[in-house]
Write a protein that binds this ligand. Sequence first.
Ligand code: GLY
Length: 595
Amino acid sequence: MKYLFLTTAILLAGCKGVESPPAADDSAAPKIAATPAPKTGMVAAANPLATQAGLKVLRDGGSAVDAAIAVQATLGLVEPQSSGLGGGAFMVVYDPKAAKVWAYDGREEAPSGAAAEMFLDAETGRPRSYFQRTGSGQATGTPGAIVMLHMAHQDYGNLDWGAQLAGSIKLAEEGFRVSPRMAGMVTRMAPYILKNDPEARAYFFTDDGEPLPEGFLRDNQPYADTLRAIAENPRALLEGDIARDIIAKVAAEPFPGTLTLADMAAYQPRKTEALCTPYRAHTVCGAQPPASGGIAVQSILGTLENFDMSAAGNSAEGWHLFAEASFLAYADRDKYVADTNFVEVPVAAMLDKAYLKSRADLIRPNAVIADVKAGDPAGFLQGQDATPDTPGTSHFTIVDKDGLTVSMTTTIEGPFGSQRMVRGFLLNNELTDFSAYEKDSDGVLIANRVAPRKRPRSSMSPAIVFDRDGEFLFTTGSPGGNSIIAYTAKTIVGILDWDLSPQEAIELPNVIARNGTLRMEAQNLRDAETDELDRGAGAKEFGLAEDIVSALEGLGHKVRRSGGETSGLHIIYRQADGSLIGGADPRREGTAEKP
Ligand code: GLY
């Protein structure tokens, strides 16, 4: 009781900002302008070898998009648990000369034979077990990351297509030292299905059948050969012998998939203008659906715009507001966001300032919203989502000397994707990002249901933020399944509202408010739960202090102290003098460096 009184008193004492929020400017529009060249570039990626690969391309005169091709090719080799040739990606590109921001979509696509509820157990009618779903052939969609990069290369490449792959080819042939994180992930996944596929077994385990240890020199000739084929033909994964091998592996038991050459041949990456909305005096741009991250991050920010987050600060009050805005935004994105080629997504209505003000009005300073529900921004009837997300994925960012800027999040979905390997790379299990059910319990169709040639909803949130003049300010983004949205939003609040450096913003506690539970890195792991596959770093080092956690519990939040939230945030930030600084998430093993 004493405790409750205390927390309420603390919160009310700090609530001036909440009582008199600065009015959101209804007339504000996103502002994108040209930005002076930074003169020297920067790369921030999840593995030092990938960062180095990107820097080498920049030094050789490549653009940020050229460097992105090298980074992706290297990540697929040295961080195969997260992303690769067999996966998909979303990339936001800022062109500082044209003052344009583009969203490229290389999301995997379901085959024409994909069926609604294909991940349900025929007898129980419930979703099959995690490994039955992810390790199935049905989980693999047409991979889009490489052809998406090729599309961006046609727009912004300086080097000939294929030149960017030389470093990764050499690394694959000569071998690379297995990183601690990769070794840890192989060990963690070894007891399950990673040994089932003969190629994956031979690659990820020693001749004695032990998981590859840290420091092991791992070569990958098939990967080098695949990269050579891609250098010759950017669609080499989607046609010819490699495509046939992918199809054969997908068609293998258990739960064979239906991917065909026609599905692969039909695949095209998409390009649209990025989704941009103002946040206070700044502009935040992100990916378009089927990525939900752009909408959800901007929805959190648009809700928080109705409060003085700067005055609230990194405190119980600040995190309460962040949590409540997140609960509301996740509820909306869960219900409404899916592939816009198949369902109408009310993007503008979801981000409308008056709508978000009505959502913000639900937030009270001294108590939680009892039962967060999706709003009704545009009179749409959609079923209650049933999409199981898995943490995986990788995020990197690059700025070149001319200021061309890439923010790219890339994935094969779960750790090691479907754990089926073809020609040195892993196939994705991205189709498990669809809703397991077609309809909700009221019989209403769910937006993110499976359909032939549809792309599953993603939480990926690559973002680029612009200053009050519309000039480039910083990039951000993270891996982490549906937590990506919270991880990314935290950094934007940290930098813009709490005046933190990029590194400090990355090291803020990860706090994820979704579906009624407030999961967080907490310094006191009293009841830590570490059951999820990609968790286990960061809680003690970066967790919320106990007085803040207790205050949030006092407000009625159902807190779950996570054993760690393995975000992999990477940021590049332009300082007032035009120079770049970067931030890399110490929860993973990435670096941010200049050429
Ligand atoms: N596979 C992670 C995501 O797309 O959200």
